[in-house]
Design a protein around this ligand. Sequence first.
Ligand code: FES
Length: 181
Amino acid sequence: MSLRCEPWSRADKRTDKENLLSPEIRAEIDAWVAKYPAEWKQSAVMAALRIVQEHNGGWISRELMDQVADYLDMPPIAVYEVATFYSMYETEPVGRHKICVCTNVSCMIRGSDRIVEHLEKRLGIKMGETTEDGRFTLKEVECLGACGGAPMFQIGKQYYENLTPELVDSILENLEADDGQ
Ligand code: FES
């Protein structure tokens, strides 16, 4: 189904877009919508999901996905498809620091297994889990395009490359210090 379509309509569709999302979020989404022709505003869906996620503590609820769909005049299923296809979106709550560890070929060859093992041991969780204090989530991801710095992981918008267990400890200690612990 093409995303370029007439405005989506459904029986319970909200018509007052002023009630959808916060004014701040709408302003950010509108800036992205303005980059595309009016009939292609659905093209802003990835940016809209990123913005909503950032404002919602790192994840996007079903209700928020529905609100994005309404705001961009898209079928909700089209928004769900995007949100569940790309690894940067979370549809369940995550920790304050989401550690996205690349285990793809270059990182694997350069020792990502050792990094994963070290992280799991230090944090006391397995991949896909969140620490009990809600501070760290471990997530396995595909290549993040930083193969030259393998092994690597991403936390927030920051890439950390050429990782060693010692460097991982240092990174986590800095985050813990920033958190005030
Ligand atoms: S394989 Fe890890 S960044 Fe490319």
